[in-house]
Design a protein around this ligand. Sequence first.
Ligand code: ADP
Ligand code: MG
Length: 271
Amino acid sequence: MSAPPEPVVDVRDLRKVYPTGTPGPLGPPRGEFVALAGATFQVAAGECLGIVGESGSGKSTTARMLAGLERPTAGTISVLGHDRSRPARRTAERHRRGGQLQMVFQDPYTSLDPRQSARDTIDETLRLHTRLSRTDRADRVMEIAASVGLDARQAAALPSGLSGGQRQRVAIARALAADPRVIVLDEAVSALDVSIQAQILNLLCDIRDTTGVAYVFITHDLAVVRHMADQVLVLQAGHIVEQGPTERVLDHPRHAYTQRLRESVPARGTP
Ligand code: ADP
Ligand code: MG
């Protein structure tokens, strides 16, 4: 048997502690809040890892550390064999990291530049992450826009001229323009109506099939994670209480917290 492929994401004992309280004049010790208590997980190429948990369980903290927006207190993060536990010192290193892992947030309205059309947003990422000429970029922009289901009018529009679902397509297009191996999606469909959610989830599945990109898919919605994820990791108050294949974890939860999460999910698609 051949060795298993190296994971694209390899996270070991990842920990995040936030200081709390303000030190007084004599500098009394501050308190600390453990947002992530030591998480270990891997994501294989083309795989979707779901991260679920109630609000405040540490999901976004994990996402932000993966994307380098937050510095780990301890532990290691490696993407495609490159350590990214410490901030990138050089611009080239920052670009390389961005080329490997991109992020899509819950609210495209705040994550997109209100003065930039979808076309310009995609082009900006292409300029940063590819060596394409101006003309080739223009072609590629339209190709990427089409691949996320945006037509020429929508590609020329500002975020304010687009619906929530269309804006999220722009955010996905921007991520794809870097041709990443991993996309971290933090509650990326949570703000959308259920029917629009389904369209975006199907789009994400198609993108994965055609590009082989891996997802870290963060959601508090178990129905969504069931649709998307191969593996799932359950977070409770910063601790991983359960992880494994999605069907095993959701259909035969071993931990009471997972059972409770499951029971708190409103039935979907039933009259
Ligand atoms: P989730 O995304 O699962 O809702 P978060 O990762 O956003 O959870 O937050 C986990 C916990 O860490 C929460 O209790 C939150 O209040 C706390 N937290 C998040 N960011 C900070 C911060 N910058 N400073 C202090 N506490 C924080
Ligand atoms: Mg969050």
